[in-house]
Design a protein around this ligand. Structure first.
Ligand code: APR
Length: 349
């Protein structure tokens, strides 16, 4: 999964590189800057003293010292002054320059905090939007595992209209859990109605005896066979696998493999595994990610999921949120992941 959100303390992450939301002196401060300097130890400050500071929007590299991460990229976000002082471009430059530096350093994995969304006062939803936009753009042409660390839930905002619609959809699909008393009444009513049905339609005195032996299954064109088939013969009647259906759909939709796995937020290695093994069984989030990438209808998505042994149900929020997006024709996997993250669900990819 090239891009995902994570609720964590960035100083604990064992990735190749973490990004610091620093100030122009690079000599430490509060917030994530303070946390990184504390965790890395005093050697970090000594090293940064030799970097000569950093301009807003720029990025500079240091070792991680006592951190689990090998490297730290220090970038200086813009201070929010209402939005008319080039803040958005400067914030975008922080992500672009940090990613370029990580790539140049040969990093395979990078973790970002939400730059400028703390002491620098950048509106959090706008800071998140800039971060997601720049990271998605980068991932269209590069392979890197990128984590956007959300330190506190309050800094994660879904657009009000989306939050309202998804919540309403969840309420419609997921009946409120009945109270014990309510549940008992429901069970009682069920039994009563079943009894009433029996009274209305009494069981025939003599149910026609089912023939002792079942009639032989009627061979159909799709399954030539197997009247007295052995297990081996039946196993030879396997249907199209997940991998085969996925590759067929990619061709039918006119996608390239790269475009498909990028849109699915799946990395190249995993896609190669799926492509090369017709019997490959993906996880449910991965199977759904491809249904989203291919912009399948709800029925097609269900069919693809079934190939991997999964179904969509109304018994959990994850499935209902997926159904919400597909039935509304919204196949933006990054927005879907933001929503899943906001509802504490696993992410797609
Ligand atoms: N791990 C991950 N994220 C964190 C952590 C942490 N340990 N601590 C704070 N954050 C989050 C905040 O919740 C916020 O969403 O990092 C984001 C950025 O907040 P700040 O650290 O305040 O950074 P910023 O808004 O860019 O302001 C930078 O503050 O600390 C000083 O020296 C720093 O002057 C600079 C300014």
């Amino acid at each position: 999964m090239p891009f995902f959100f994570l609720r964590a303390d960035i100083t604990t992450l064992d990735c190749d590189c973490i990004v610091n939301a620093a100030n122009s002196s690079l000599l430490g401060g509060g917030g994530v800057d303070g946390a990184i300097h504390r965790a890395a130890g005093p050697a970090l400050r000594d090293y940064c003293a030799g970097l000569g500071g950093c301009a807003t929007g720029e990025a500079k590299l240091s070792p991680g010292f006592a951190l689990p991460a090998k490297w730290i990229i220090h970038t200086v976000g813009p201070i929010w002054r209402g939005g008319s002082h080039n803040e958005e471009d400067l914030l975008a430059a922080c992500y672009r320059n940090s990613l370029a530096l990580a790539l140049a350093q040969g990093c395979q994995s990078v973790a970002f905090p939400l730059i400028s969304a703390g002491a620098y006062g950048y509106p959090r939803d706008q800071a998140l939007a800039v971060a997601v936009r720049e990271i998605r753009a980068f991932l269209l042409s590069h392979e890197l595992e990128i984590t956007l660390v959300i330190f506190d839930k309050s800094s994660f905002h879904l657009p009000d209209s989306l939050l309202r619609d998804v919540t309403a959809f969840l309420d419609r699909c997921m009946p409120a859990p009945a109270s014990m008393e309510g549940r008992n009444t429901a069970v009682f009513k069920l039994r009563k109605s079943a009894k009433r049905r029996m009274d209305l339609f009494p069981r025939p005195a003599e149910r026609e005896q089912a023939p002792a032996t079942m009639p032989p299954p009627v061979p159909s064109a799709a399954f030539p066979l197997c009247a007295e088939s052995s297990l081996d013969e039946r196993l030879r009647c396997l249907d199209e696998s997940f991998s085969q259906m996925l590759l067929r759909k990619i061709d039918e939709k006119g996608f390239t493999d790269v475009a498909c796995y990028k849109r699915a937020n799946v990395d190249r290695k995993l896609f190669s595994k799926i492509r090369s093994d017709p019997a490959y069984h993906p996880s449910k989030p991965t199977a759904i990610a491809f249904a989203i990438a291919l912009e399948l209808s709800l029925d097609e998505a269900r069919e693809l999921l079934m190939k991997a042994g999964f179904a969509l149900s109304h018994s959990n929020k994850f499935d209902i949120i997926i159904e919400y997006f597909i039935s509304n024709g919204n196949y933006d996997i990054f927005q879907i992941n933001e929503t899943l993250f906001a509802f504490d669900q696993v992410l797609l990819g």
